[in-house]
Design a protein around this ligand. Structure first.
Ligand SMILES: O=C(O)c1cccc(C(=O)CC[C@H]2O[C@@H](n3cnc4c(=O)[nH]cnc43)[C@H](O)[C@@H]2O)c1
Length: 237
């Protein structure tokens, strides 16, 4: 928070500062191609939800301690897309970030931790921000699943879609990033560029270069939206 003089009064307002968390350096560099450093910081935090949560929590704590807190966290990178809504090369913006495999397997199927009586499996992204991000980038809004195991069969893809009919994409960091942001009371967004279909494992079908270009292009268009993301907007959910 920063103290500002406004018409002779001292008021408190948040300076928009965005932390963008990618998994790997190639994703970080793609975002940094188009995302101005003045808007925030782009960091590669590692693969998987636990590593992402630990690194994002550390960055949020450090920034707050230094008196330059982040006001928004964005989980960004490549991801798998569910057909037919999210083809390779397209962008998906999360309106919900859901941990798809956090729970217990039972004889009657999977039970999320929420049905076991604890925890959370979903973080919602601010509705106005999702709407503006989708309009600016052309990304489709929907649920982005976080998994600890990349889906590799048609049966697993179908099971995920049956449990999460609004799912457009899966990746491995969003829920960890969102948990860290929530612990700090900071809103979260997730933007994924689709590099491969969710389904039977086929490494030859990955289009990582195409997805990284789509990610860079998307962040160039998203940057003005994020720069305009004010504390007033943050209450418009
Ligand atoms: O070995 C495989 O078959 C395989 C298939 C897809 C992705 C991987 C990865 O190791 C990438 C992990 C990395 O990229 C994100 N990502 C990209 N595609 C997916 C996906 O279909 N499901 C989950 N995560 C994906 C993820 O966020 C990681 O950062 C291996």
């Amino acid at each position: 928070m920063e103290l500002q003089a406004e018409e002779g009064l001292l008021t408190t307002s948040a300076v928009p500062r965005v932390l963008v968390a990618t998994a790997v350096p190639a994703e970080r560099d793609a975002v940094a191609r188009t995302f101005p450093g003045t808007t925030g910081q782009v960091v590669a935090v590692g693969v998987g939800p636990a590593r992402a949560a630990a690194c994002v929590a550390t960055a949020l704590t450090g920034a707050a301690r230094d008196g330059r807190p982040f006001t928004l966290v964005v989980s960004a990178g490549i991801g798998g897309g569910f057909a037919p809504g999210a083809p390779v090369g397209s962008l998906v913006v999360a309106d919900e970030i859901t941990a798809a495999d956090l729970g217990a397997e039972t004889a009657d199927g999977f039970l999320p931790v929420t049905e076991l009586g604890f925890g959370t499996i979903t973080h919602r992204c601010p509705a106005a921000l999702v709407r503006d991000a989708a309009a600016a980038t052309g990304a489709r809004p929907g649920t982005v699943l976080t998994v600890s195991t990349v889906t590799g069969t048609a049966a697993r893809a179908a099971a995920l879609r049956a449990r999460h009919p609004r799912a457009l994409a899966e990746a491995m960091e969003g829920f960890g990033v969102a948990e860290a942001a929530a612990a700090h009371g900071v809103p979260v967004l997730e933007l994924r560029a689709v590099s491969n279909p969710v389904g039977p494992r086929d490494r030859a079908a990955w289009r990582i270069g195409e997805a990284l270009d789509a990610l860079a292009d998307g962040f160039g268009k998203l940057a003005p939206v994020l720069e305009g993301w004010t504390s007033h907007d943050r209450h418009d959910r």
